[in-house]
Design a protein around this ligand. Sequence first.
Ligand SMILES: [Fe+2]
Length: 581
Amino acid sequence: MSIILGINAYHGDSSACLVKDGALVAAAEEERFRRIKHWAGFPSEAIRYCLAEAGIGLVDVRHVAINQDGKANLWKKIGFTLAKRPDLGLVMDRIKNKRERTNVRDELARTSVAPFAGEVHEVEHHLAHLSSAFHVSPFDEAVVVSVDGFGDFASAAWGIGRGAEIAIDDKVYFPHSLGIFYQALTQWLGFPHYGDEYKVMGLAPYGQPKFMTEMRRIVQLQGDGSFKLSLGYFRHHKEKVEYEWENGEPKVGELFSDALVELLGPMRRTNEELTQRHKDVARSVQAMYEEAFFHLLNVLHVRHGNDKLCLAGGCAMNSVANGKVYQNTPFKKAYIQAAAGDAGGAIGAAYAVWHKLGGSRKFVMDHAYWGPHFSDAELLALLDTNATNLLEQRCSVTRIEDESVLCARTATAISEGKVVGWFQDRMEWGPRALGNRSILGDPRRADMKDILNLKIKRRESFRPFAPSILREAVSEWFEQDDDVPFMMQVYPIREEKRALIPAVTHVDGSGRLQTVTADTNPRYHRLISSFSRKTGVPIVLNTSFNENEPVVCKPEEALDCFLRTKMDVLVMGDWFIERKG
Ligand SMILES: [Fe+2]
């Protein structure tokens, strides 16, 4: 029996997974256990969960795989340091990161019950990204691309995957990075938090790409498909930008220089109003990213003559760009894993080692339900403990064992405009709630977005909510007929359908869909089918089950979120809890 523990440590979204004889058994992000968004550090809680899920101890694990390798790209690091003579702090930071990595064995001993006697494998960051998509994809052969911020002194890598092998053609090295470009402009737009890029992506359709001349000064496309940054607009290559990666929410200092302010004007303060100019810059940033991304993909398609594509890296979270791949390149089929960003590196590191050890391809990740689950007895005990609380808040609690009745009743509540917490089975792997830790609403109601923001989410009004749709209904409602199991692509909604589902139609007529099959999530499929029979719409609005916190993991977090917000209904397993009056 071969057991590999994969980890993403010392990056944002630290995580762990467990691969047994080549099949994934468990995977989760550390933030869900620590309750701090994007938690960076050593994923000790996620490791504990993975071992418990597999019913083993660390003593049974022979191999630990981590998604960084301090030795990788060493000559590039030395060359850069000698040529550019950057601030010493910058170099020291990178050495420190290496020191942290060497402590994996110590950290395992400290945070687990037994010391780790097996082998630690360091997998180069981008090989881990590429493996995290290709080695769990349904493709025997595909072009593989990682587009990212930074990891192991590189920001992007690409090549071809064949069977168990991944051959990397080329990389983009520090300090050039599309991830840094997007992140710096996100900061300039007044969104300072780690992972705020998706807000710029949501804002972009409200603007026009009026700043492309400026953007093309910042990012320069190269003939070989790659790109370079005009470094004068940035700080990260010559000064120490404050990065905090240890045991908490990651924080990144300002990445752009005064020259960017001269080019685009003063940065927006966080609480300052969003003007049309800001929206136009957001649109231009997104358009520039897409220009560089499709330039690379088109060159790679010519080079490899293969129609299949696997995407990973932080920028592969750009679901808007991903949704335009078929339109802007000759690729015919794309696979993007549920955790395309650094969290996914845990899976990539584990599979890179599985294949290095001679394992064969036999696993396809076609769903994201790899996290903790809770028994009915645990749910019952929780409800018992909270009986007084539930009574005080005038909640009725009913157990509905017949799944069709449970789904019909939930579908009715959704169709009546109620906001429904839906907590089922195993937690999702990756940043998206995909029908197991979700808040659901009626996509037909124009006011649903405001209701959700008022009752629970309180997020920026420009951000769209997403549709979960029955897989068999996709072509009837969207202009693409594709599998999107992980909400990683945004597609245009058919024009004649947009007015029917205003709550999940973005301002440009698009939707970040999740396609739901009976094979991968039978209960969620049944619920949407029930809603479809009632309303003629095979779609529900799906947003993550949380309130300014990581997505809920345990039932007590779900119940707590239900009780402190104005959610109308909570369905936990077979339990139907409804707030009366
Ligand atoms: Fe990365």
